[in-house]
Design a protein around this ligand. Structure first.
Ligand code: PEP
Ligand code: MN
Length: 340
């Protein structure tokens, strides 16, 4: 169990400091959420200590209530309003949606710049590209590593788009963070707790993908790992889960979108590319994702998918992506969101 300490409206920094100080004296970790009207402070730690202390009696405190859910910082109990994350003028969350697109992997400068030009023109807000690829086979292309990251940064700057890339090793986190605007933690690493804590110590938003066989609650607990290290800028992504169905690569759990949106305040994305595994189904799933309430989709695009070094069969051609963007624009409007 943990507690949330709700301060009286208009609480001063002094009150906040006093409450946080008392929470620290108890050996607990305070986490502050500043709302428009009220500030809320979470006190997380040992249940026995929490029960003994009378946090209600501290001057400036209005009430103290328990959070019974296993995820605390990620829960709506702690932070009722949608979190909006801003990266280089692109807003994600609440009424703001933004589309992420680009190649699965950074393969060469030419390919990356060509795809970046197309997706920018079509209206994507953020450029994706993997430099470290977590492949099923150790013999498959593993990505260009830091050379690829430099190209991604260059492309982001050239086309004025924030960039996102996956980090797969906790030892690489700070170096990868030097190049990217958003750190992606892939499905296979959703429960790599050391990696989660390491990205939680950076100041870059973290795009956290649901594990292949992880429940929604487990995804939220992984977000909690990142947030408990101080980084509250987490974006969740439903990317398809393992089921008995074999007609698509994974099964897109579309219901996870409204469930996540109810349970937590963080932005929610859908990845139709890895879920479908086949180009023909990507646009349908992307539209469904946005219609279900997602704040965006992350889509793989390639100019020559037959020659792609990774995930070619699921990559959209630029022309297909352009049509999809036009449709997503309409769906976003119907859902009350504006697309960056
Ligand atoms: C990716 O986005 O390229 C990727 C590897 O995704 P996932 O971790 O969801 O498989
Ligand atoms: Mn991929």
């Amino acid at each position: 169990m943990s507690l949330i300490v709700i301060l009286k409206p208009g609480s001063t920094d002094e009150t906040i400091d006093r409450v946080c100080g008392r929470i620290r004296e108890l050996g607990l970790a305070p986490h502050i959420a500043r709302g428009d009207l009220r500030t809320v402070i979470g006190a997380f730690g040992d249940e026995a200590v929490l029960k003994q202390d009378k946090l209600e009696q501290i001057d400036g405190v209005e009430s103290v209530t328990p959070i019974t859910k296993p995820y605390k910082l990620a829960s709506r109990d702690f932070h009722a309003a949608d979190t909006v994350i801003e990266v280089r003028n692109v807003k994600i969350g609440g009424s703001h949606a933004a589309i992420i697109a680009g190649p699965c992997a950074i393969e060469s400068r030419d390919l990356l710049f060509e795809v970046a030009g197309w997706v920018k023109k079509a209206g994507a807000a953020i450029l994706r590209g993997g430099a470290f690829k977590p492949r099923t086979s150790p013999y498959a292309f593993q990505g260009m590593g830091f050379d690829g990251l430099k190209l991604l940064r260059e492309a982001g700057d050239e086309f004025d788009m924030p960039v996102i890339t996956e980090v797969i090793d906790s030892r690489d986190v700070s170096r990868v963070a030097d190049y990217t605007d958003i750190l992606q933690v892939g499905a296979r690493n959703m429960q790599n707790y050391h990696l989660l804590m390491e990205v939680g110590r950076t100041d870059k938003p973290v795009f956290l993908k649901r594990g292949l066989s992880a429940t929604v609650q487990e995804l939220l607990m992984s977000a909690e790992y990142v947030m408990s290290e101080g980084n509250h800028r987490v974006i969740l992504c439903e990317r398809g889960i393992r089921t008995f169905e074999t007609s698509t690569r994974f099964t897109l759990d579309i219901a996870a979108v409204p469930v996540l949106r109810r349970e937590c305040h963080l932005p929610v994305y859908v990845d139709p590319s890895h879920a479908a595994g086949k180009r023909d189904f990507v646009a349908d799933l992307a539209r469904a994702g946005l219609a279900a309430g997602a704040h965006g989709v992350i889509v793989e695009v390639h100019t020559n998918p037959d020659k792609a070094l990774c995930d070619g069969p699921q990559a959209l051609l630029p022309v297909e992506f352009t049509t999809l963007m036009q449709q997503l624009q309409h769906i976003a409007t119907v859902c009350g969101k504006s697309l960056s």
